[in-house]
Design a protein around this ligand. Structure first.
Ligand SMILES: Cc1ncc(COP(=O)(O)O)c(C=O)c1O
Length: 367
């Protein structure tokens, strides 16, 4: 039952999408990326649905602790690394794996871990900035950083990783440049396991030689490629929608040609038409910049938004649904209306759309 707005999370679809990731990963290991509250889908239920992953990837110690408190027995990797020195004692106590992306962090570990007796040495993921230009140790410093870390008594294993900037852009020259930079350095460290691919690189088969894959967005049923590329839409990979966002029709207006709809006259009725008012707005996480013509479904029939999105409501054209009644269900995205299509219409990434669903939106989990 929808009250005002409801986000239904299909847990079977999450499990299905992990199987798709597994089929692309073949016999390689999978970090299921469930950071940022599982991209807005709910950390703990998503983790349970993704139990077949090898390990979980989260943003920080806080998210790792939420999983631990929920009783997970799976290994957790902290992708954003050590934010402050105080994180190190908790990482050591809980045995979390952590990404090391700067030389500074190695010196913090040296200082902090010399005072702690560990029950077991720790595993680290050493990140190279091979061209992403965000986090990571520069290639020239990488081998020495690896040797330094690997030589410590508190270090059990170092996995070498990098992250691709443009793997969703098939023609980008940076893709091969990043792969070459990473491979040139890591071939001097043949004993270490490696990791390159997030969803787009995994689906586009870049960097297949690496031992670990790190899919995120594909698990949530969104294709990392542009919606305009029809060959690369979610269905062509067998990915299923995970989140369905629904609201209700709360008012119907019979409008005349020339009538204004909503703020700033973003929509003026071009002819007599019925306009429906829907119980969702930007305070629920629907994007405020959705232009006129953004698709929605009313009782399963496709129509479009008319006018500017308000805080708690938006307007739609009821012409394709003459029988629509107050209380009817309106789908903003889900099985029959791809999140990726809404991302394209609004210019807001699918990642951003699901992460933006507000706390006041009811979440329901479906098995
Ligand atoms: C280091 C790292 N690995 C993996 C991922 C997952 O990426 P995607 O959601 O595109 O699969 C991310 C996401 O930002 C990331 O930062």
């Amino acid at each position: 039952m929808i009250h005002r707005v409801k986000s239904t999370i299909n847990l079977k679809a999450l499990t299905n999408n992990l199987e798709i990731a597994r089929s692309h990963a073949k016999n390689r290991k999978i970090v299921a990326v469930i950071k940022a509250n599982a991209y807005g889908h709910g950390l703990i239920p998503a983790a349970e649905a993704l139990q077949a992953a090898d390990i979980y990837g989260v943003t920080d110690v806080n998210e790792a602790d939420q999983l631990t408190a929920a009783g997970t027995d799976k290994t957790i990797l902290i992708l954003q690394g050590i934010i402050e020195r105080a994180d190190i004692a908790r990482i050591a106590e809980a045995g979390y794996q952590v990404v090391i992306h700067s030389l500074k962090q190695i010196s913090w570990l040296e200082d902090e871990l010399s005072n702690i007796t560990l029950t077991k040495p720790l595993r680290f993921w050493l990140k190279m900035n091979s061209g992403m230009g965000r986090l990571g140790i520069m290639p020239a410093d990488f081998t020495a950083a690896y040797q330094n870390l690997q030589g410590k008594p508190w270090c059990q294993e170092v996995i070498l990783m990098t992250h691709m900037a443009n793997a969703n852009l098939k023609d980008s020259e940076l893709n091969q440049q990043q792969l070459d930079t990473f491979s040139e350095i890591t071939k001097q460290i043949p004993e270490a396991a490696t990791s390159i691919q997030a969803s787009s690189a995994l689906l586009a088969s870049y960097g297949e030689s690496a031992d670990w894959v790190r899919p995120g967005i594909m698990l949530y049923g969104s294709s990392p490629f542009a919606f305009s590329d029809e060959q690369s839409r979610r269905e062509s990979f067998g990915l299923q929608a995970v989140m369905t966002l629904q609201a209700r029709l709360i008012s119907i207006q019979d409008c005349k040609a020339g009538d204004n709809i909503g703020y700033c006259s973003q929509f003026i009725c071009p002819h007599d038409m019925r306009i429906g008012i829907v119980s969702i707005g930007y305070a629920d996480g629907y994007p405020s910049n959705a232009p006129n013509g953004t698709p929605v479904l009313i009782n399963g029939k496709r129509t479009v938004t008319t006018g500017r999105v308000s805080m708690d409501m938006l307007a739609i054209d009821l012409s394709p649904a003459p029988d629509a009644q107050i209380g009817d269900s309106v789908t903003l995205w889900g099985d029959d209306l791809s999140l990726d299509e809404i991302a394209e219409h609004t210019g807001i990434l699918s990642y951003n759309l699901t992460c933006s669903i507000a706390n006041r939106v009811a979440r329901e989990y479906k098995n």
